[in-house]
Design a protein around this ligand. Structure first.
Ligand code: COI
Length: 377
């Protein structure tokens, strides 16, 4: 038998992988039928295409949820490890409930993810190139169904592909979405369903064309509190009298980010505090650093946050008492911008770098995994 893992393929420039779809050997599928009440054992399909009825509720009613996690090649090339798959299994079960899909058991989820990685192992990037194998599990209603009722059959599948980090590694400018709400106050905001992402596409594309690499959502009801970035979770870092505190939004409309949770635990291990609480828009200038945390994104340093606000409106930071540090805020052409990292600086802030170095160190096996997060393939 050939030794595992096989070396990385030489058809990809591993120093420049980017964040785009690349074809690999195939994917894993499992099927659930209401008749049997069971998911079938995972099987390998040597194809990127799915066979699905055109009347499947996944295609017609958006009955679909997905996950994102990553696998890494460890030093010496003898091991591939997956980062915290149990957390993604739990989150997929949580999302499944919102869209009436039977939960995928954790053991099936992890077996399927391991099989997808193992059967495409030559596409796991070389150790420490900045790239990783991105793993995309999905569930959806797959049998034909016209009425608005749950169908008879469901599909669970796992796709994998090598990627670099989303948003790159340099500080990114964020734009607040005031013309569009990502999720209704009592809606599906905390579930990782495609319906939270598709409506964002036209807004994030517009923002990108205006120079903003990432978009930020406030609460849908009043637009007063921070929810999350369109692609990732929000983390604010405060430094007061030498004490670092990471602040994450306490909102029922945000996805429970595995990367944010990992970063919070790493922060605690540094002696930092962590607060989960509502974050008012008006206190954003008080943060020393802001980061976006997600599987695809890793940890993105936020250069600035811009909002299109009339300075005379109560929404504006212009006369806000909650804003302790007005020096970060500038006003121009009907926009107010909070700057954390000036244009001339190419690097992430000190706190972001420290967290990212430790996170990557654990994922890549360069640092001892005291949390038990790495799962070997
Ligand atoms: C991830 O970070 O894994 C996601 O699912 C976000 C997606 C927009 C790339």
């Amino acid at each position: 038998m050939a030794p595992f893992p096989p070396p990385p393929v030489n058809t990809i420039d591993w120093s420049n992988v980017g964040f785009r779809v690349r074809e690999v050997n195939g994917h894993i599928e499992s099927h659930y039928s209401v008749k049997t009440g069971k998911w079938t054992p995972p099987t390998f399909v040597a194809d990127p295409y799915m066979r699905i009825h055109g009347m499947a509720p996944a295609l017609n009613y958006g009955q679909q949820a997905y996950e994102g996690l990553k696998a890494f090649r460890l030093p010496g090339d003898t091991t591939i490890s997956i980062f915290r798959p149990d957390r993604n299994a739990a989150r997929l079960q949580y999302s499944a409930d919102f869209i009436s899909i039977p939960p995928v058991p954790t053991s099936l989820f992890i077996d399927a993810v391991k099989a997808a990685v193992a059967l495409n192992a030559e596409f796991v990037p070389p150790h420490d190139t900045g790239a990783a194998m991105y793993i995309r599990p999905q569930i959806y209603g797959s049998s034909a169904q016209l009425g608005l009722n749950p169908p008879e059959e469901y599909t669970f599948c796992v796709f994998v592909l090598p990627t670099g980090v989303y948003h790159g590694t340099h500080p990114v400018k964020a734009l607040i979405m005031d013309d569009f709400d990502r999720a209704a106050p009592n809606g599906t905001g905390s579930a990782k369903v495609g319906g939270n992402y598709a409506p964002v596409l036209r807004w994030s594309e517009k923002a990108r064309n205006e120079g903003f690499g990432i978009t930020l959502h406030l609460d849908s009801k009043a637009h007063e509190e921070v929810d999350e970035f369109s692609t990732s979770g929000f983390i604010g870092a405060l430094v007061e009298g030498g004490q670092v505190t990471l602040v994450v939004p306490d909102s029922k409309a945000v996805i429970n980010s595995v990367t944010s949770d990992s970063v919070q635990q790493i922060g605690r291990s540094f002696g930092w505090k962590v607060e989960r609480r509502s974050i008012k828009y008006h206190e954003l200038p008080n943060f020393t650093e802001v980061m976006a945390a997600g599987t695809a994104a890793a940890l993105v340093p936020i250069r600035s946050i811009t909002r299109r606000a009339d300075p005379s409106s109560p929404q504006s930071l212009a006369s806000s008492a909650a804003t302790k540090d007005h020096s970060r805020v500038s006003f121009k052409d009907g926009e107010e911008t909070i700057t954390y990292i000036p244009e001339v600086v190419e690097d992430a802030g000190e706190l972001c770098l420290r967290l990212l170095t430790q996170l990557k160190g654990i994922q890549l096996g360069k640092v001892e995994d005291t949390f038990g997060w790495r799962v070997e393939v």
